[in-house]
Design a protein around this ligand. Sequence first.
Ligand SMILES: Cc1cc2nc3c(=O)[nH]c(=O)nc-3n(C[C@H](O)[C@H](O)[C@H](O)COP(=O)(O)OP(=O)(O)OC[C@H]3O[C@@H](n4cnc5c(N)ncnc54)[C@H](O)[C@@H]3O)c2cc1C
Length: 223
Amino acid sequence: MEWTVIGKMQETPGVVTIRFKPSKKVSFRPGQYFIFYDMVDYLEDCRAYSASSSPSHDYVDITVKLVQNPHFSKHLQNLPVGYAIEVRGPHGSFCFDDSAKDVVLIGAGSGIAPLRSILQYTAEKESGANVTLIYSAKTKEQVIFLKELQEISDAGKVKLFITLTQEQGEFTGRIDSSLINKAVPDKADKMFFICGPPLMAQQTQKILRELGASEGQIKSEEF
Ligand SMILES: Cc1cc2nc3c(=O)[nH]c(=O)nc-3n(C[C@H](O)[C@H](O)[C@H](O)COP(=O)(O)OP(=O)(O)OC[C@H]3O[C@@H](n4cnc5c(N)ncnc54)[C@H](O)[C@@H]3O)c2cc1C
């Protein structure tokens, strides 16, 4: 299916949200990803990107971070408004289930993308889900969606724990067992969604298991 770029927002240095209008309605679960196909430097290529907006909209956002020596990420960030690109999906089982009542989202860096889709969805649905977000970024300037997260928090729809790894903040340092215990004292009946770089995702899963969460309570996505 073709998706057309209808807007772009610079979120933080190196991170851009691209808003697309699909040629026809796409159904997906919050947290799922799509595969984007295009010619880059005269060769057909593709990469996966999670939807960062709620499925309720008639547009789909993706939030793209420039990696070191970027290839497809740079290509996507440079797409002009009006450009149409081939997209397939949705894919993935990293997605919110409407029956979940206590949800803990744990993310680092651009891993916030699918978590924001879940958060927008639970906030607008008045689903009654209790949502906690534990999010780590290097500096305050690099906290993606900071204003939006604070607004959702002020509306009482998420408990927010933002930790900075390279600056002093309300919380400082990587996501560890002490921060998780503070944010989520009782792990029973919670559904945990982890998204971030492979090492962060694996270490967080290990911590959750040590704190008593079962395999069935944990969903994880690495990128
Ligand atoms: C399910 C899923 C969802 C994702 N969602 C998102 C999202 O929402 N937002 C987002 O920003 N990203 C997301 N990603 C990551 C995304 O798919 C791309 O991998 C990312 O944008 C980098 O693509 P690139 O083409 O710019 O870099 P690539 O060319 O793929 O390179 C990635 C890194 O590897 C290094 N590298 C490449 N080739 C070599 C080599 N031969 N030797 C050594 N190092 C090398 C590069 O220097 C670079 O740092 C997701 C990935 C998955 C699997």
